[in-house]
Structures are given as C-alpha cells and as structure tokens.
Design a binder for this molecule. Structure first.
Ligand code: NAD
Length: 339
C-alpha cells in the first residue's frame, strides 16, 4: 500500500509525509485515518517512551499492535528507537512535512513547549494541534513571530472543538450582520476512559473544584474513583475552550459570547447527546435567527478530530509551500479535504 502510494504520487505531487506525536487514543486513530489516504503517508510516530520512523511509511497495524502490547512504538523492529526524549530525537533524524500533535496538553503549556523545541531545532514544516484551552492557544498565538522566523506554519485548535465546530461557526456567521451568541454543545461516547486518558484528564480539569494541575496529578485509580461516583459520565459547562479566542481574533464575535459545554460518557461508545453548534445573530434585514450545525451521531470523537486535523495539515502545507509561515487557527483557514 505504501509503495503504491509513492508510485501514485510520482505522477501527481509527492504524498505529504506526516508524523504523529503522541500515539494514544487520538494518535492511533490518526494513523488509521492516514492509512486510508493517497495524498498522505505516515512516516513517523512518537510516544512517551520512543519513536518509529520509516521514510517509506510505517505499517499502521503493526505500530498500533506493538504500542498496545508493549507500550511504545519504540519497540518496532528495526525502525523503532526507545528514548525518553522521543520528540527531540525524531525531529533530528526524520524527514517529515507536517506533524499532528496528538499529545496531552498536561501541563497547560506542554504543547507550546513542544512548539519551542521545533523552533529551536531549525526544522521547517507544518504543525497541527487539537489543543483545547483558551490559555494554551493564547500562549501559542504569542509565538507568532518566532514561528514565522523559523519557517513553521502552525495550525492551532484544529480538532473537533475547537476545530470543526469553530470553523462551522465561522461559516455560519456569514449570514448575519451581527453575531449574538455561539453555543457549542458536545456529546462524546467512549467505551472506556483508558483509551483516551489525556482527553478525560483534561476534561476533569474543567469540573468545578478541579484544575489542570489537579487532574494531571490524579492517579488512574483516582480517576476511576471519580468516574465511579458519576456512573462514568462527566457533565461540563462554561468550559475554558479556545473556540472563544479563535472566533474573536477572526473578528466574528467577542469571546464573552461564545459558550462551550458537553457531556462525556466514558463507559458507552454511544454519544449521550448530539454534538452541535448554534450560531445566533441578526441579519442585515433585522431578523434574529439561529443556524444549527449538528454532527452525525455515528461519527466518533476520533473521526471528528483526526479528519479536520489532517484537513488543516493539508491547508497548512499549501500555505507553507507559498512561503506563508506563522500561526493560524481553524476559524481563519478552510481545511482542505485529503484524498
Ligand atoms: P492519550 O492519553 O490517549 O495519549 C497520549 C499519548 O501521548 C501517549 O501515546 C503518550 O505516550 C504520549 N506522550 C505523552 N507525553 C509525551 C512526551 N513527552 N513525548 C512524546 N509522547 C508523549 O491522549 P488522547 O486522549 O489521545 O488526547 C490527545 C490530545 O488530544 C489531548 O490533549 C486532548 O485534549 C486532545 N483532544 C482534542 C479534541 C478536540 O476536539 N480539539 C478532542 C479530543 C482530544
């Protein structure tokens, strides 16, 4: 399949060489998404304990199997390497056009720190994250000039929310002369929390009485005890979500008019509610109306995060090839569909 991809690409333009940093729930889903694409080839993956790199493409099934059985893609023979600085080591040796950062943002400046590593290394290319908190996106936005000078095109907030739903809000806003409210409500159903540990920990950080630091420090047993109390369900309201700052800097609506909340069921893959974004505004004729964009209930969190992430990676690649560097959000750029 991979050699076929390379052959096919010889006739058109070369497949985009992608890497996935973080090989947990979303990282593995990302590898599966890329496996079905002709325009992209997964050449690198990294986790906490190691990395794997193959210029002619990683075998997705083998990579996932080794991660699940041994805890790191670094055990993949002969292309894996075990190291406790997998990201730095991978940047040094790998030829990659763009990375999807499927990393936990714990602590809240972890992904900005990784971005700094890329800047320091002299690597040039596209970075995409699916980061969630407003304060984390703000840290990245503050790095605009450094990213520009480094020749990096960084696409931030490019998952589902922020990401797909923020972009949908930006599009829906076009009908209105004035936007009154953007309300995002998400429903996530996952069979077990261990498949998405970082996502669940970060969500716990939004519960009143908890913080990112408290959630980060919780042991797995403590997370389970908390989930036992709620029957596996986390209900989140008024979250600190970067959809607000993204829509604000895109000039669409002030951040105080953007609200995000949702329900996460960690014991049932069925969504507890339909994920949607409602955009209320006034048309030029003075009519108040609401556009609603609702995701299909059959689409998983992984599908709604990884699809957009690679769509934005492709868009970022086009910007990069035109010499446009710096940082862009999902509300400013249209994702490109990856064939
Ligand atoms: P996870 O816990 O399942 O996996 C995290 C992975 O990162 C693991 O493979 C781990 O080994 C690796 N990792 C941790 N520290 C590392 C390091 N220093 N170097 C290299 N690898 C390291 O995580 P997940 O549940 O897949 O979530 C990933 C991220 O996606 C989270 O930050 C989450 O908030 C985000 N997310 C975003 C959205 C969205 O819509 N925007 C939705 C869901 C999740």
């Amino acid at each position: 399949m991979n050699s076929e991809k390379i052959k096919n690409s010889l006739n058109i333009s070369p497949a985009i060489r992608v890497g996935v940093l973080g090989f947990g729930g979303l990282g593995q889903a990302a590898a599966k998404v890329v496996a079905g694409k002709q325009e992209m080839i997964l050449v690198a993956a990294a986790d906490h304990k190691g990395y794997a790199y193959a210029a002619d493409g990683l075998n997705t099934e083998e990579s996932i199997a080794i991660y699940q059985s041994q805890g790191s893609v670094g055990y993949l023979e002969p292309i894996g390497t075990l190291t406790n600085q997998s990201i730095q080591d991978l940047i040094e040796i790998a030829e990659v056009d763009g990375y999807f950062l499927a990393l936990p943002n714990l602590p809240n400046d972890f992904i900005p720190t990784v971005a700094k590593e890329f800047i320091k290394s002299g690597w040039r290319g596209v970075l995409v994250d699916a980061i969630k908190r407003t304060t984390a996106v703000e840290q990245l936005l503050a790095m605009k000039e450094e990213l520009e000078a480094a020749g990096i095109t960084y696409m931030t907030g490019c998952g589902a929310t922020p990401g797909l739903l923020t972009a949908a809000a930006a599009l829906a806003a076009q009908s209105y002369a004035e936007i009154h409210h953007v309300e995002i409500t998400f429903g996530v159903g996952i069979a077990n929390w261990e498949a998405y540990r970082a996502t669940v920990r970060e969500d716990i950080g939004h519960i009143p009485g908890y913080t990112v630091e408290i959630a980060r420090a919780m042991t797995d047993a403590e997370v389970e005890a908390l989930l036992d109390k709620t029957n596996g369900v986390l209900t989140l309201t008024n979250m600190e979500h970067a959809d607000d700052v993204m829509l604000e800097i895109a000039g669409i609506v002030g951040r105080d008019r953007v609200t995000v909340g949702g329900v996460v069921d960690t014991r049932n893959p069925k969504k507890p509610l339909s994920t949607n974004v409602k955009v209320t505004g006034r048309t030029f004729e003075g009519k108040i109306s609401t556009h609603t964009f609702t995701l299909g209930d059959e689409t998983s969190m992984a599908a709604n995060v990884c699809g957009p992430a690679f769509g934005y990676l492709k868009a970022g690649r086009q910007l990069h090839q035109r010499g446009i560097y710096g940082i862009f959000t999902a509300a400013e750029i249209m994702p490109q569909f990856v064939k």
